[in-house]
Write a protein that binds this ligand. Structure first.
Ligand SMILES: Cc1cc2nc3c(=O)[nH]c(=O)nc-3n(C[C@H](O)[C@H](O)[C@H](O)COP(=O)(O)OP(=O)(O)OC[C@H]3O[C@@H](n4cnc5c(N)ncnc54)[C@H](O)[C@@H]3O)c2cc1C
Length: 464
């Protein structure tokens, strides 16, 4: 595949990623005299801030993940390609990707890398098996199935100890995602599922929010952090701070307290929201360009979001380390628009990249929901909490959702949720156990390969 339906040697822009940064860049290039190819490993644009609502049955996948192809259908200078990028050659100016069993290569004149970040387990990748994070649609559906599966199993088991374990939900990480997740599981148990089981009382479920840090929502400051904590406790979430997770297994987690002592929390359902690691494409670019990467794999970019000695390559969004910018969607969106503007201007006027003005981030504030009707918001010097912050959160998220239809349906789903209804609590065994099944299949394939290698070596061994 070549880069797009190239017209008369037009400038070719390749964008990696259809998230906030990639999509913003593609849209901002609409009027530019360029051919754009947007390649991403998923066919949708994912609105990650509302993933937790899919994981807890409030919203459906379609509402937060519209097809990128349809979103960009009317933008004639964009070609959308589904593909997992595994190689970037900065000298040849090519990007290599695979879509299923098909390999293809894209040539570029300008490259925008917006591949985002993955969950980080701080070197303990095996934790992921028992405590999935929440970064993708797969994650949200798996978590929803695991959460619902725990209530279902608790209803039918006669083993009291197992029932307690099934009705204990641990969320690791008291940042916005952890707070939102813990709050929603508590509300699901105490409100939505009320009276719907016969042998268990879902309201007796324990929801525990664990963090190694001493505060809830540290970036929001003490006042809002304490407000969020108080609200969570009010709806029944247990908060355990200064508790570092040292191990995770099928039956629960082990935590280390400040005095060095270790203890277990038995819980079948564990959810990880404790850290992020930038896409490995950042490291790949750094190795070829001499750029530095930080411990989280983020690339230290130039002030114009380009790489050292490579003004034609931009890195944006969650993959960058610049001026302590946070890993939030406005940084990615503004970065995408900024780099699109530089490319469009340079293509139109022939201006040198040396004349670029630095990227300036405009911080519009941050917000997180805690429960129904309750959120916290920090906007410049203003700190809001409770119902007002929640209304603000609602309006902002509606405004940023892609598509009029999605906004209407989301509003409808939120309306139903206010009456304690959740329309999307369906779960399947494949969602719940797919990850374990894949891991088992991989292990048995590895064992098969080892056995075949050993057999071949035995056949080749010289006879005594
Ligand atoms: C659960 C959750 C809640 C959040 N809540 C908020 C919030 O309330 N407010 C806020 O501002 N921010 C929030 N964020 C952060 C925000 O979503 C990110 O900062 C933002 O998505 C970053 O945009 P991005 O374009 O850099 O990456 P992403 O939006 O993550 O997009 C990355 C894209 O790259 C693609 N990709 C990755 N690797 C490859 C590859 N090798 N080949 C091809 N394609 C690839 C992915 O498929 C995806 O399309 C939240 C994040 C999460 C996970």
């Amino acid at each position: 595949m070549n880069s797009g339906p190239s017209t008369e040697n037009r400038h070719r822009v390749v964008i990696i990623g259809s998230g906030f940064g990639g999509l913003a860049a593609a849209r901002a290039l609409e009027k530019a005299d360029v051919d754009v190819t947007l390649v991403a490993r998923t066919g949708h644009h994912l609105f990650q801030p509302l993933l937790y609502q899919v994981a807890t049955g409030i919203l459906s996948v379609g509402e937060i993940a519209p097809s990128t192809r349809l979103v960009l259908r009317d933008q004639k200078n964009v070609t959308v390609a589904l593909g997992e990028v595994d190689q970037i050659d900065v000298t040849a100016r090519t990007v290599h990707a695979t879509a299923g069993h098909v390999d293809f290569e894209l040539e570029y004149d300008s490259l925008i890398v917006a591949a985002g970040a993955n969950q980080s387990y701080f070197g303990n990748d095996h934790f992921e098996h028992w405590a999935p994070g929440m970064k993708s649609i797969d994650d949200a559906l798996e978590l929803r199935s695991r959460i619902m599966g725990c209530f279902e199993q608790a209803e039918v088991t006669d083993d009291e100890e197992e029932r307690r374990r099934l009705l204990t939900f641990v969320v690791v990480g008291a940042g916005p995602t952890g707070v939102e997740m813990a709050g929603q599981i508590a509300e699901l148990a105490r409100r939505t599922l009320k009276h719907s089981f016969r042998r268990i009382d879902p309201a007796r479920a324990r929801v525990i929010l664990v963090d190694a840090a001493p505060a809830v929502l540290p970036p929001f400051g003490n006042r809002l952090g304490n407000a969020a904590r108080a609200r969570l406790e009010e709806i029944g979430v247990e908060i355990q701070l200064n508790a570092m997770v040292t191990d995770v297994d099928y039956y629960g987690i082990e935590v280390k307290d400040p005095d060095g002592s270790r203890r277990r929390i038995d819980a079948t359902c564990k959810i990880w929201s404790a850290g992020v690691q930038a896409s490995p494409l950042g490291r790949m670019l750094a190795e070829q360009t001499g750029a530095e990467v930080d411990r989280a794999g983020r690339v230290l970019v130039n002030k114009d979001l380009s790489l050292p000695g490579r003004p034609e390559i931009f890195v944006i969004g969650d993959m960058i380390n610049l001026d302590n910018l946070p890993g939030v969607s406005p940084v990615a969106i503004q970065g995408g628009k900024y780099v699109a503007k530089q490319i469009a201007r340079e293509v139109a006027t022939g201006r040198s990249p040396a004349a670029r003005r630095p990227f300036k981030y405009f911080d519009k504030g941050s917000m997180a929901t805690v429960s129904r009707y309750s959120a916290v918001a920090k906007i410049g010097p203003f700190q809001l909490q409770g119902f007002i912050a929640w209304v603000l959160w609602l309006l902002v998220h509606l405004a940023f959702l892609i598509g009029f239809r999605n906004r209407v349906i989301t509003l409808l789903s939120w309306g139903l949720h206010m009456g304690d209804h959740r329309s999307h609590l369906n779960s399947t065994a494949r969602w719940a156990y797919g990850r374990q099944a894949l891991a088992r299949a991989e292990q048995s394939a590895e064992r098969e390969t080892d056995r075949a290698t050993a057999d071949r070596d035995t056949d080749r061994a010289p006879a005594d």
